[in-house]
Design a protein around this ligand. Sequence first.
Ligand SMILES: Cc1cc2nc3c(=O)[nH]c(=O)nc-3n(C[C@H](O)[C@H](O)[C@H](O)COP(=O)(O)OP(=O)(O)OC[C@H]3O[C@@H](n4cnc5c(N)ncnc54)[C@H](O)[C@@H]3O)c2cc1C
Length: 321
Amino acid sequence: MSVLVFAENSDGIFKKSTLEAISYAKEVAKITGGNCTAISIGNVNQEQLSLLAKNGAEKIISFNHDSVNNFNAEVFSKIISETAKSENSKTIVFSNTYSGKSVAPRTAASLKAAIVSGVISYPDLSNGFTVKRTVFSGKAFANVNMSSEIKVISITPNSFVINETNDALNIIPASNQVDANDFKTKSIEVSKASGKIALTEAELVISGGRGLKGPENWHLVEDLANALGAATACSKPVSDMHWRPHSEHVGQTGITIKPNLYIAIGISGAIQHLAGVSSSKVIVAINKDPEAPFFKAADYGIVGDAFDVLPAIINAAKNRA
Ligand SMILES: Cc1cc2nc3c(=O)[nH]c(=O)nc-3n(C[C@H](O)[C@H](O)[C@H](O)COP(=O)(O)OP(=O)(O)OC[C@H]3O[C@@H](n4cnc5c(N)ncnc54)[C@H](O)[C@@H]3O)c2cc1C
């Protein structure tokens, strides 16, 4: 019996969220008994695959083929489901990334498995098989008992530590077959934003709201983000007004993030915005209104005009040792 974990790659590189999922699956294997097996789909070189072994994968099944280099939810879930069956895996672990969100439910349906997404705890076996997940946009928690034989768990990125285990490298080529009939949808072209830190992966996020007055002032947000190695985000009105792309919109109707540090500049702190960012480990709010609701949710606050405060912070960030 094994715990199977989907090792998602981006252009052949494993993301931090993948290594978190591998370490999580290793821990689940320890708790439930069995081995941690990773399934990698697409062209990934041996150096990258060795990272999976370094972080807990005792066996790596590699479906190394050009036809699956571009993400395809149907084909990926077919490969993962077939592998789960051949490996007799009773627990399948995903990271709750964009890809994970579309593959995990399909895999669960095909295996007739229970699925819990947004998981933030290891399973508790004291009374069945219980995992904790966030609900109501991160404002509450639910303990969910999974009673099916096969269980699919999709963990929230940035919620678990990566534990190096240095397992021996054991790569096995996948025996699955895919043909043209499996590709019911086909990617014609994939355009990726390059050179930017992915928002869902970022440990530091600098976010701007309507208080920044217009897109012409966003260089301040970007300068601070560049100086700190952070990703950029924004409030909903900012993306609605096309000051920033929708991919940066965080909140109830946008992306939910959980960075170590979230700096909100000129954002009021409406409940719908907080729903997507309140799980950040440390929140700093910069707002010229001392009564802005964000200050109640923030760990640190700076009351001041963003156009005075930001240049000083950028300067300090650039000059730090
Ligand atoms: C169903 C629904 C879903 C929603 N989903 C989301 C969501 O996912 N994400 C989201 O963000 N919103 C969402 N909203 C909108 C949300 O209610 C707020 O309207 C929005 O978050 C406000 O954006 P803001 O803080 O950028 O703008 P504002 O509310 O206009 O706030 C601007 C802030 O900037 C401050 N400010 C102004 N000038 C300066 C300056 N020079 N220096 C410093 N501070 C300054 C002001 O004091 C103010 O606090 C949703 C609303 C609804 C109804």
